[in-house]
Design a protein around this ligand. Structure first.
Ligand code: ZDP
Length: 282
């Protein structure tokens, strides 16, 4: 089959977007998504995102497959890309503000296209109880703040946050010194995380500026992670290290995060890279 797509990136976290508005299920299987994401034999991407029709008071539904074929609940950089993709499909001017209501596995998420080209997303409330992450690092009804976790022969302090998807945030003195490719899989597959986890390593530069490197569940090292940046600032506030408004510097660039009373807001770029079609043998 021939699959038509548009490639997008948000801070170098790259996605293959598919117009799936006229079919109730994703047009591709997880195996086909893996083939598309392959950087040598396919298009290349950290995930495939499907724009489906709405429902439950939403304009559209987002579904996503990671590059390993697993399906996460949410994707922060991806939903900014989705907002731009939808505006283009609707022939909407990208110079005027517009808010979409998107149904996701993490509930209703609302990206707002801004006239300057950035996208601001109401990411909803963070979930903090151990059973909501889910993790066994603390009793089910407790928050997971600076809990000890043993991995790769040492003890780390983990603060866990769900932005719909699971995140384990670890503060370190020097993010650049970490061997992320070696350490990351030990967190992703740690027995304390029954649904696996995304892991963010954070260096606090100042209360309103932190540096982050991420190992993503199902995708490995990526240049950025939107839900992870939100989780990092929530963890920074919970551990009294950051303000509620904070810039997160990722290898692919910066995101602005605010944890307002209840909800988290994320602002960052989303850019169309190219259109294409790929023949799938599967
Ligand atoms: O939770 C997961 O399995 C993630 N790999 C999903 C993708 C998260 C993403 N990088 C983000 O920006 O939130 C897209």
């Amino acid at each position: 089959m021939e699959v038509v797509f548009t490639k997008y990136q948000g801070l170098g976290n790259d996605f293959i977007l598919i117009d799936n508005r006229h079919a109730p299920q994703p047009l591709l299987t997880s195996q086909q998504a893996i083939a598309l994401c392959d950087r040598h034999f396919g298009v290349g991407g950290d995930g495939v995102i499907f724009a489906l029709a709405g429902g439950n008071g939403s304009d559209y539904t987002m579904r996503i497959f990671n590059s390993d074929g697993s399906e996460p609940e949410m994707c922060g950089n991806g939903i900014r890309c989705l907002a731009k993709f939808l505006a283009t499909l609707e022939n909407r001017s990208l110079e005027t503000s517009h808010t979409y209501r998107i149904h996701t596995g993490a509930g209703l998420i609302q990206p707002e296209l801004l006239p300057d080209g950035q996208v601001r997303v109401d990411m909803g409330p963070p979930r903090l109880l151990a059973e909501e992450i889910p993790t066994t690092l603390a009793p089910a009804q407790e928050k997971v703040i600076n809990r000890a976790i043993a991995a790769v022969g040492q003890n780390w302090a983990a603060t866990c946050v769900s932005m719909g998807n699971p995140h384990c945030v670890v503060f370190v003195a020097d993010v650049d010194a970490l061997d992320l490719a070696q350490i990351g899989p030990h967190f992703e597959h740690h027995q304390a995380f029954p649904q696996r986890t995304n892991t963010e390593f954070i260096q606090v530069i100042s209360p309103n500026y932190i540096k982050m490197r991420v190992w993503e569940r199902g995708a490995g090292i990526t240049l950025a992670c939107g839900t992870g940046a939100c989780a990092a600032v929530v963890a920074g506030v919970l551990t009294n290290q950051t303000d509620r408004t904070c810039t997160v510097e990722l290898p692919g660039g910066c995101l602005e995060i605010t944890w307002a009373e209840d909800r988290v807001y994320m602002t960052g770029p989303a850019v169309a890279v190219f259109h294409g079609a790929m023949h799938l043998a599967l």
